[in-house]
Design a protein around this ligand. Sequence first.
Ligand SMILES: NC(=O)c1ccc[n+]([C@@H]2O[C@H](COP(=O)([O-])OP(=O)(O)OC[C@H]3O[C@@H](n4cnc5c(N)ncnc54)[C@H](OP(=O)(O)O)[C@@H]3O)[C@@H](O)[C@H]2O)c1
Length: 268
Amino acid sequence: MNQTSKPSQPINTHAPVMLVTGGAKRIGAAIVRAAHEQGYRIIIHCHRSEQEAHALADALNNARPDSAVVIIADLAVVNQSDALHDFTQNIMQAFGQLDVLTHNASRFYPSPLGHITHAQWDELFLTNAKAPLLLSQALSPYLRTQRGCIISLLDIHAHNKPFKDYAVYNMAKAAHRMMVQSLALDMAPAVRVNGVAPGVNILPEPHSDQALDPQQQKSIIDSIPMQRIGKPAEIAHSVLYLAQASYVTGEIITVDGGRSLTLAGGPV
Ligand SMILES: NC(=O)c1ccc[n+]([C@@H]2O[C@H](COP(=O)([O-])OP(=O)(O)OC[C@H]3O[C@@H](n4cnc5c(N)ncnc54)[C@H](OP(=O)(O)O)[C@@H]3O)[C@@H](O)[C@H]2O)c1
């Protein structure tokens, strides 16, 4: 685990601080940019996308000096108390406070019945459920001090409309959804806990293990009443709303162009 781009002398020490896990690219980066535009100081967490994270932090620091840092870690740190402690300390040393914890990092791929492995279970549950819970617990004293909030990136398929052939992902996101509701109770009134459930707001990268073929992409667009894939910025908009919604806790906002109205489960 490394920490880089640490500001030597934070300039606006009154600006709230947001941590975005998996914040180097895609939806995470859109949340980072939107929060920074609203004046937040940002901790960009990443794992493999170091280059993208540093490029993003550099752009933010050019726009407003000492407003962004990068922290690099595999979220598997939560499996070891010492590593989790070090990760937490790195987070808190970045700006000395934490106001918003945004759980965005995730793994997403199919796990067809008959081929489910322990490794898939461990990775999908680690990133989509276990790490958000244990990181929330580790950071909760600091969030309480700030009367801050937690915002989780969930999925419209985390509830009662599972993706076919994605049982492990569906189960892990469902656990994460219940974490939001459970922690909203356990952390009130000091800390609010909410979620955003995207439909399809950015397609998986074309050459990744999550890639969707053209037929799958067409069937997704056909299923969306708004007749288009959403935009990462449309997710960021709801995250920023929840960060400021001082009387909202335990809420999950669907941002899916109406897709959940037309789905009764079934293929992607
Ligand atoms: N894309 C959509 O339309 C959609 C739909 C429904 C729900 N969501 C949810 O919205 C969130 C963002 O979606 P996305 O598609 O932008 O996410 P993504 O690209 O699939 O993943 C976000 C980041 O998670 C990080 N990550 C994965 N495994 C990690 C690990 N072991 N340790 C640390 N970081 C890890 C990766 O960081 P590095 O690149 O640095 O390794 C990755 O860039 C996710 O929670 C997703 O489930 C998205």
